[in-house]
Ligand binder design. Structure first.
Ligand code: TXA
Ligand code: MG
Length: 318
């Protein structure tokens, strides 16, 4: 039986013990819920892939309680140091050179010589990481390829008995995954747009972020892996609405009959839209409609990450 609790300090201690024993614990962060395992334990990390139904061993983000812990597993250069000081704890994941002596499961990096590290800004996540006393590998706590969870209900719905414990910290404040930046050879590249905007990072670096190998701008439709996908098909940049479609609005909703309507942000605020994106998509996915039509979202600031997730959700299913 999965134990689901609104965590007290005693629950956090219990969850940390379960992690150290090799079990999986789902926990809230400011971005989305994570499915955590002891990052130093091969079997526990492998269990994550089984629980998510992930066909391949993608590299995972290693969550740490502070920068010192990140320094034990990865090499922090001057650029990373600046980013850490400015944005940690927070929704920024850094892909850094992995230390040879890092006590991490090799599966965490899926064979790469880099490692993704992040210090989440959430009291429950922080308490859990402190109490566990070791790095915790955690992807988003959803079935592979589906929408990321922003509430404990989402986690319980999508993951089964493989999860030992779910810590319910309420809805996630940001609602979008962290921004992933790779730092190597004094270069910073954007691997995944996310809850921290490109503009905020570039302002601190004083330079443009390069687009990484897994960057957000697909050069061919085939490169756009279907991900974050609801069951219904999505029609993006909708300027009209059909009666058999559910409308995901932004700002003033389109006029016309629809078979369902939710608004990401009636006042056209990108922060509010990011926080609602996955939960609104989930809700509209339950409506008996032909597809979900999504109104245009401006591409600046958080719009870059929102449009990235929408494009992946709309991509042809592999
Ligand atoms: O907000 C988030 O980042 C959430 C919360 C739980 O922290 N986590 C999350 O994890 O979104 P996940 O597994 O769904 O996405 C992590 C992505 C992987 O798909 C992979 O592309 C990238 O991080 N990644 C991890 N390690 C990497 C590495 N060494 N090199 C390049 N990319 C890496
Ligand atoms: Mg994910």
């Amino acid at each position: 039986m999965t134990l689901r609790v609104k965590p007290t300090p005693a629950h956090i201690a219990q969850a940390a013990t379960r992690l150290r024993e090799g079990h999986l614990v789902a926990f809230p962060t400011e971005t989305v819920y994570g499915l955590g395992a002891d990052a130093t334990n091969d079997t526990a990390v492998a269990h994550i892939f089984k629980a998510k139904g992930r066909p391949h061993f993608n590299p995972l983000i290693v969550h740490v309680s502070d920068a010192e812990k990140a320094n034990e597993v990865s090499m922090i250069d001057a650029i990373s140091q600046v980013l850490i000081e400015k944005f940690w704890p927070g929704p920024l994941t850094l892909v850094l050179p992995r230390r040879d002596e890092a006590p991490l499961s090799l599966l965490v990096s899926a064979g790469l010589d880099s490692v993704a590290v992040r210090q989440p800004a959430h009291a429950v996540a922080h308490a859990l990481l402190r109490e566990a006393g070791r790095p915790i590998a955690a992807p988003s706590a959803n079935r592979s390829g589906r929408l990321s969870p922003t509430t404990a209900d989402h986690v319980a719905e999508s993951l089964g008995e493989d999860v030992s414990m779910i810590l319910d910290g309420g809805p996630c404040a940001r609602g979008l995954e962290s921004t992933i930046v790779q730092v190597s050879d004094k270069q910073a590249a954007l691997l995944r747009p996310g809850a921290l905007t490109r503009e905020e990072i570039e302002a601190v670096l004083g330079q443009r972020l390069a687009l990484g190998p897994q960057g957000s701008a697909p050069t061919a439709p085939g490169q756009l892996a279907s991900h974050y996908a609801p069951s219904h098909a999505l029609r993006l940049n909708a300027h009209y609405i059909d009666a058999d479609e559910a409308l995901l609005a932004f700002g003033q909703p389109l006029r016309g009959k629809s078979c369902g309507l939710l608004n990401l942000s009636p006042r056209g605020d990108l922060w509010e839209a990011a926080a609602h994106l996955f939960s609104h998509l989930r809700t509209l996915d339950q409506a008996p409609c032909a597809r979900i039509a999504v109104m245009p979202i401006p591409h600046h600031g958080l719009g870059e990450a929102i449009n990235d997730r929408l494009a992946r959700a709309a991509a042809p299913r592999g």
